[in-house]
Design a protein around this ligand. Structure first.
Ligand code: ADP
Length: 654
């Protein structure tokens, strides 16, 4: 299909994003070069990976490299690679639209942020800036690209002003050139066409890129004795030196994971992290491992300081890069890192791996399995020994993802459990470990009480906790949807059983059989009245001050779980719960009194429903018939207040 030149508009989000990037990164303009080199290096990784199954793809152009071409006269700088290139549609898709789901999330977060200016670098950091950073320094960006295996090339151009042009063109060979026409240079701004400026930036940000970054440089050279240089007219020139152009490689390509820890500086670790993760901020922690033994490998792993805005388990990107003897095999090697640590970035270099290994084989490879096991162990060690403050940051960013490990990684369940943090009824808003909870249990307590729901305030004040609080028993407040599964799969922590505060009997006190017996008839009546809503009505083991609450039986699905499943679109039969009533509460005694006087009194129907509705309201639910609810409460208030006034001898006519 032939494509004529056309002008297209950037999607609105792209325009917004470009503005944000340019405005927030003006103080670090030089990072454009790192971003473009990084894209070039990714593109070469891709063509090299393809070449493993299709060696012809490299053709004559098998020497993979990135070239920087400064042009002082025209004030341009070109970053060129012989990587995989892009087709017409790929250019439109990748450069014109920003397909990543994260963009929207990013812009929404930006929209909401109060303190926009100061938050920008942080938000950008979570997002990665990529190609558009070119517009920090360029007034016009031209991209020429030819995809591997295609005859035609594509020319894309934009002045970053909302539109771009795109057309079909020719390019001698496979790869991409990004040509930046630089903005006029201010007095104290660096000159990005200057050899030393470029060298410095490359050294600082891209030294370990694993392909040569080459540039032609001019050098004065001594003229060898006996050789006579002539000018155009053929007359001998008197000078003893001449200018020659040489190609030089600017980066050392030294894979930092192969070096000794003592030889790598903090800055180098950080720069390398930024290179592989496309994150703009420094990582929270890194782990540099050299493992020698039957399994031999080197690894450099990083834990980011933030959960990227576009992080979803399925779409996670970059992850662990797999190498063998410094030769890149693949990125995002999921076989080395379980889903619940999918946010870890890094490099693993295993010399014994076959370069042609496929993803299918990787899964069953015992070497890979061994490495994964070791890596996990080291990551757990790192997390367990992290300074508390740092760990808190880690957990608030990644805790919900880490929890996925409890139901999915049987082998490491205990270690993950140690890493969990929760708020409790006694932690004063802080997150504490389960170990901490167990340490301060009551002497005769042998269960860990917990309750699940979607917000702390409602949980902390739930009527289910009244008796527990009275007995000074601490309750873990769980608000991540995954917590239900975590508890189910853990079952125990340090031999202490998890006990739901809203399911089953708490067994805190022996029931007073005589008193309970007195309520038998009354409760049977209520159960019949509410038979469509509850499966049982019984004296509460939870309540102290409230009238009523709804509980599950020990093996029922919790109300929160039911809500989560319903919200995720799953059809679940509504689980009928148990209506628990506080038989020590005077109001219950009063209703029982009305019941015993006249079982056919129509007001009993309203009271039965009210007791149920009050339980629903107490757990933050919605009553089904709010107007009936409000009418009944209104009448009760009128009666109560009238009675009071009467007692004070000051009657009101009603
Ligand atoms: P990111 O690199 O974070 O994905 P970018 O905005 O930098 O975001 O690039 C978007 C996409 O454009 C890349 O994912 C890649 O598919 C494509 N791309 C960018 N530069 C190149 C290049 N030099 N060669 C091939 N594809 C490229």
């Amino acid at each position: 299909m032939e494509h004529k030149k056309e002008t297209r508009q950037f999607k609105t989000e792209v325009q917004q994003l470009m503005k944000l990037i340019i405005n927030s990164l003006y103080s670090h303009p030089e990072i454009f070069l790192r971003e473009l080199i990084s894209n070039a290096s990714d593109a070469i990784d891709k063509v090299r990976f393809k070449a493993q199954t299709d060696p012809d793809i490299l053709g004559q152009d098998a020497e993979l490299r990135i070239r920087i071409i400064p042009d002082k006269e025209n004030r341009t700088i070109t970053i060129e690679d012989n990587g995989i290139g892009m087709t017409y549609d790929e250019v439109v898709e990748n450069i014109g639209t920003i397909a990543q789901s994260g963009t929207k999330a990013f812009l929404d977060a930006m929209e909401k942020a109060k303190n926009k200016e100061s938050l920008l670098p942080e938000l950008i950091g979570q997002f990665g800036v990529g190609f558009y950073s070119a517009f920090i320094v360029a007034e016009k960006v031209t991209l020429l690209t030819r995809a591997a295996g295609q005859d035609k090339a594509v020319r894309w151009e934009s002045a970053g002003d909302g539109s771009y042009t795109i057309e079909e063109t020719d390019r001698a060979s496979r790869g991409t050139s990004v040509i930046l026409t630089l903005k006029p240079r201010g007095d104290d701004e660096p000159d990005y066409t200057d050899e030393w400026t470029i060298r410095n930036i490359v050294k600082r940000h891209s030294d370990f890129v694993s392909y040569p970054i080459v540039m032609d440089v001019e050098r004065r050279e001594q003229i060898p004795e006996g050789e006579i240089i002539k000018d155009k007219e053929g007359n001998p020139v008197g000078s003893t030196s001449r200018t020659v152009v040489k190609e030089e490689t600017l980066n050392s390509m030294k894979a930092i994971w192969t070096r000794n820890k003592s030889e790598v500086t903090e800055e180098e670790y950080t720069e390398f992290y930024k290179h592989i993760s496309h994150d703009w901020e420094a990582p929270l922690a890194h782990l540099h491992i050299r493992f020698e033994g039957t399994t031999e490998y080197q690894a450099l792993l990083y834990i980011p300081s933030h959960l990227p805005l576009d992080f979803t388990l399925r779409e996670r990107r970059h992850g662990i890069h797999l190498y063998s003897k410094r030769v890149f095999i693949m990125d995002d090697c999921r076989e080395l890192m379980p889903e619940y640590l999918g946010f870890v970035h890094g490099v693993v270099d295993a010399p014994d791996l076959n370069l042609n290994i496929s993803r299918e084989i990787l899964q069953h490879d015992s070497l890979v399995r061994n490495i994964r096991k070791n890596l996990l162990k080291r990551i757990f060690d790192l997390l367990e020994n992290m300074e508390p403050e740092k760990y808190e940051q880690f957990f608030s960013e990644f805790g919900a993802i880490l929890k996925i490990g409890v139901p999915t990684d049987h082998e490491n369940r205990e270690r993950i459990a140690k890493l969990l943090r929760y708020r409790t009824t006694k932690s004063e808003g802080k997150f504490v470990s389960l170990k901490h909870y167990v340490e301060r249990m009551q002497p005769d307590q042998d269960e860990i009480y917990y309750i699940t729901g979607d917000n702390f305030a409602a949980l902390a004040n739930s009527p289910h906790l009244e008796r527990l609080k009275e007995k000074d028993l601490e309750v873990v407040l769980m608000t991540d949807p995954i917590d239900e599964w975590v508890v189910q799969h853990l079952g125990l922590f340090e031999d202490k059983k998890f006990t739901s505060a809203e399911k089953g009997d708490l067994g805190l006190d022996k029931p007073d059989d005589k008193k309970t017996g007195e309520f038998g008839d009354f409760f049977a009546f209520l159960k019949d009245e509410l038979k469509d809503l509850v499966k049982e009505v019984k004296p509460s083991t939870h309540l102290k001050d409230s009238l009523s609450c709804l509980s599950g039986e020990a093996y029922d699905m919790s109300a929160y779980m039911e809500k989560i499943l319903r919200a995720s679109g799953q059809k679940t039969e509504p689980v009928k719960r148990v209506l628990e009533l506080n038989i020590d509460h005077p109001a219950i005694a009063n209703v029982k009194y009305v019941f015993e006087k006249d079982r056919t009194d129509p007001v009993l129907k309203d009271y039965a429903r009210l007791l149920y509705d009050l339980a629903v309201v107490a757990e933050g639910g919605k009553v089904e018939d709010p107007s009936r609810f409000s009418r009944t409460v209104g009448l009760l208030m009128a009666e109560a207040i009238t009675a009071e006034e009467l007692m004070a001898g000051d009657a009101i006519e009603v």
